[in-house]
Design a protein around this ligand. Structure first.
Ligand code: FAD
Length: 498
């Protein structure tokens, strides 16, 4: 697989460089930030990109190999850079294809910009928020070999985004079962392998894992331990094909408005139920969580039909008893399982962790942080794209839009988080729409509305123009109520506030 290590190494050239902009992280967040920033710089500007990997693409370098993109591939990109891959419009790209596309995006960004690249390098910002009078931010860059160099930059975009960790196997007491991580699961998919599979976690990774196992062999014993169950956007509703795409009534925008206009800031449970009935799908009977994942009716049916059992509880351990190994559940029950069974850890990549809190914009205005905390949008690529535009066009005004601490709010109340994230999407997008030139939206390739044919987009656009003040007022009132209950987890943006 190609990497970027053959690029000139700025550290080897002496280090101590001075830049106009340094971007940390070369995942979808960092590349979108760089794509946008490039438009605000003249010819002489110097930029740097630092990533601890040897390749760009972030999590798509280390995620399990049977992962597929949830959304049609052309809607997952950097700016509006087109894919070189030519597949049917609804194709769901593999992880390797996503990686290749990000490399193509970086190649595209490199043209017409002075970019120094620091690969296999860990960045740390020194004196994160040191006051208003500094001219540069110091970024310490540590190479894989442990050498440190400090670069100075007028502006830093810390775009480590979700910084998705590599998932380890579960630490289980039992010696009689095989505990594995999704990255090693493909080896267990051979026709000769008949070991029962226990998938721990009912989110996107759990669905991908159950689907991969049951597609390879529908008769294999697969059991899902699904926690509280997860609802997914129904892909057939959000990305219809054929005549339904052309003439069906729904657009993604109208669906978002339909749900969000029912949310008053206090009734997340009721609106979540409406959302589930109207727009969501889940292979199990219970579905209390939602993490912006997508599933199709065919995928859901295959899993529902062939799963041996779904357990709505949380695994705490697998122990060896006199009668053989047994799964222990949080509610206190135990389920006997087969010696030799495979237990795959598909539990939260993204939940149950606390990344360091950083303000979206430091008080001196020099560091923009794209993380799940103090976020402009729940999805880091979208956050990076708009926050970078707003920063370089001097539109990051106090109280102009809302920031959400996704990690804190989801842990406090996941349904309120989901509804608040939708209200934030509508409110902040309208703010960006009013603050930025139309070109920023024309180049916004992550926009799901691009799936819709022209006439449907026109109808949504007319609706937005006609009703945007009403939508904004409604979302602001709902977000203020969330803020009153959850404090800093949902609040109007303030420079330097975390
Ligand atoms: C299993 C799984 C499947 C998913 N599938 C989809 C999907 O189909 N569609 C979708 O829209 N979203 C999906 N997501 C959400 C996904 O996480 C995002 O879409 C996105 O790719 C995350 O990008 P990111 O830039 O935020 O983080 P990452 O991809 O994790 O990139 C962060 C980058 O920052 C670098 N970095 C971090 N800290 C430092 C540091 N100190 N110094 C230098 N470099 C640093 C890392 O090396 C990494 O390259 C999925 C998530 C998971 C876990």
């Amino acid at each position: 697989m190609p990497d970027n290590l053959d690029r000139p190494n700025p550290v080897a050239a002496g280090g101590g460089e001075v830049y106009d902009l340094c971007v940390i992280g070369a995942g979808i967040a960092g590349l979108n930030a760089l794509f946008v920033a490039k438009q605000y710089f003249g010819d002489g500007a110097r930029t740097a990109l630092v990533d601890r990997n040897a390749r760009c693409g972030g999590m798509w370098n280390s995620v399990y190999d049977y992962v597929r993109l949830h959304q049609p591939y052309q809607l997952f990109t950097v700016g509006d850079i087109s894919w070189e891959l030519k597949k049917p419009r609804h194709y769901l790209a593999t992880g390797a294809e996503v990686r290749d596309h990000f490399q193509h995006c970086l190649d595209d960004i490199r043209r017409g910009i002075s970019l120094d690249e620091y690969w296999e390098s860990e960045a740390t910002i020194d004196r994160e928020d040191a006051g208003k009078d500094r001219q540069f931010v110091d970024v310490r860059v540590r190479s894989a070999g442990g050498e440190d160099t400090t670069i100075r930059s007028k502006q830093v975009i810390d775009a480590r985004g979700l910084d998705v960790p590599v998932i380890p196997p579960l630490e289980l007491s039992s010696r009689a079962v095989a505990s594995i991580a999704p990255q090693h699961f493909s080896a267990a998919l051979g026709a000769a392998d008949t070991r029962p599979i226990y998938v721990i976690g009912g989110g996107k990774t759990g669905m991908d894992t159950a689907h991969a196992a049951l597609s390879a062999n529908p008769d294999r014993k697969v059991v899902l331990i699904a926690g509280r169950g997860t609802a997914f956007h129904n892909r057939d509703i959000f990305f219809p094909t054929g005549l339904r795409r052309l003439f069906g009534r729904q657009s993604n925008f109208t669906a978002a408005i339909d749900v969000v206009m029912q949310f008053d800031g206090t009734n997340a449970t009721e609106v979540f139920d409406y959302f589930k009935r109207t727009y969501a799908i889940s292979p199990g009977d219970e579905a209390d969580n939602f993490f912006f994942g997508l599933l199709s009716e065919d995928e859901s049916a295959l899993i529902r039909e062939h799963l041996n059992a779904t357990v709505f509880d949380y695994l705490t351990d697998v122990v060896d008893t006199d009668a053989g190994p047994a799964i222990q559940l949080r509610a206190g029950d135990a389920i006997p399982i087969e010696a030799g069974a495979i237990v795959v850890n598909c539990t939260g990549y993204l939940t149950r962790r606390q990344t360091p809190m950083k303000p979206l914009l430091s008080s001196d205005g020099r560091v923009l942080s794209i993380t799940p905390r103090a976020a402009f949008h729940a999805l880091p690529g979208i956050s990076a794209y708009f926050a970078t535009h707003l920063m370089f066009s001097n539109q990051l005004h106090d109280a102009a839009f809302y920031v959400i601490d996704n990690e804190t709010l989801v842990a406090a109340d996941s349904k309120t988080w989901h509804m608040a994230a939708l209200a934030q999407t509508v409110y902040n997008t309208i703010y960006a729409f009013e603050a930025l030139p139309m070109k920023a939206f024309q180049e916004f390739g992550l926009d799901f509305e691009r799936w819709q044919p022209f006439h449907k987009r026109l109808i949504s656009f007319a609706d937005l123009l006609r009703n945007k003040e009403r939508y904004k007022a409604h979302c602001r009132a709902a977000l203020e109520k969330v803020s009153a209950k959850h404090g800093a987890a949902c609040q109007p943006f303030r420079r330097g506030a975390a």
